[in-house]
Design a protein around this ligand. Structure first.
Ligand code: PEP
Length: 244
């Protein structure tokens, strides 16, 4: 059976005080079928590691360097993150592709660096509204996945893929369950072409997931959970989504 995941992406949000309240509230999480993780700004990793120690909730980063160490001012390596007990790392989020000009190749290198350091890379893919309206959604998302394909074969463990249509992130517009399922089924068939194991890669949906739409999205046959932005900052909402 494929793994299920619900992963919170806090983005550039949080304070020591607010994190403590949020993480303390998340500890009330009842056991779920899904694995739960929060990806926090890296400066908050020590606090997160301390507060979540001994719980079933995993923690991770929102980006990693493609490099193992050296003269890369401002970057953080996967092994540094791993030292703090991080077990997952988002790579290729559309905000990084947009604001940091990350290419498909950069994302593949980061995913491989994370995997080699023992982190589970959560590789984000997704098309813009203009690309969808031009009928290019599958071509764009397929190319984003294909860039990782060669690296994928060398991963020591399966990555997680997150389909996040850019037009649905933080906009309140969610892909309909049918739209999301169609893209997930496409991604599943592309993965199946790589290897039978790759067919088992969990594919999460991200883009304005909330308690009111989570159950319907997660009920789709190829949707294995969610990558949650805004709603992961509200304990009650994240708990409800995890329960769904
Ligand atoms: C995200 O940034 O990964 C995301 C899915 O954001 P939101 O849930 O706020 O749309």
């Amino acid at each position: 059976m494929r793994e299920r995941w619900v992963i919170g992406n806090w983005k550039m949000n949080g304070t020591l005080q607010r994190n403590r309240e949020l993480l303390d509230a998340l500890k009330a999480l009842a056991p779920t079928r899904a694995r739960i993780a929060v990806c926090v700004p890296s400066v908050f990793l020590p606090q997160t590691a301390e507060l979540l120690a001994g719980t079933a909730i995993a923690w991770g980063a929102q980006d990693v360097s493609a490099q193992p160490n050296g003269a890369y001012t401002g970057q953080i390596s996967s092994s540094m993150l791993q030292e703090f007990g991080a077990s997952v790392a988002i790579v290729g989020h559309s905000e990084r592709r947009l604001f940091n000009a990350e290419s498909n190749e950069d994302v593949a290198k980061k995913a491989l660096a994370a995997a080699n350091a023992g982190l589970r890379p959560v590789v984000c893919v997704g098309e813009s509204l203009a690309e969808r309206e031009a009928g290019r959604a599958e071509a764009v998302v397929g190319a984003q996945l294909a860039a990782c394909t060669e690296a994928l074969a060398r991963f020591p463990a399966l990555p997680v893929i997150a389909y996040e249509p850019v037009w649905a992130i933080g906009t309140g517009k969610t892909a309909s369950p049918e739209q999301a399922e169609a893209m997930h089924a496409f991604l599943r068939s592309e993965l199946a072409n790589i290897s039978p194991e790759a067919r088992q890669v969990p594919i999460l949906y991200g883009g304005s997931v909330k308690p009111s739409n989570a159950a319907e999205l997660f009920a789709q046959p190829n949707i294995d959970g969610g990558l949650i932005g805004g709603a992961s900052l509200v304990a009650a909402d994240f708990l409800a989504i995890a329960a769904a």
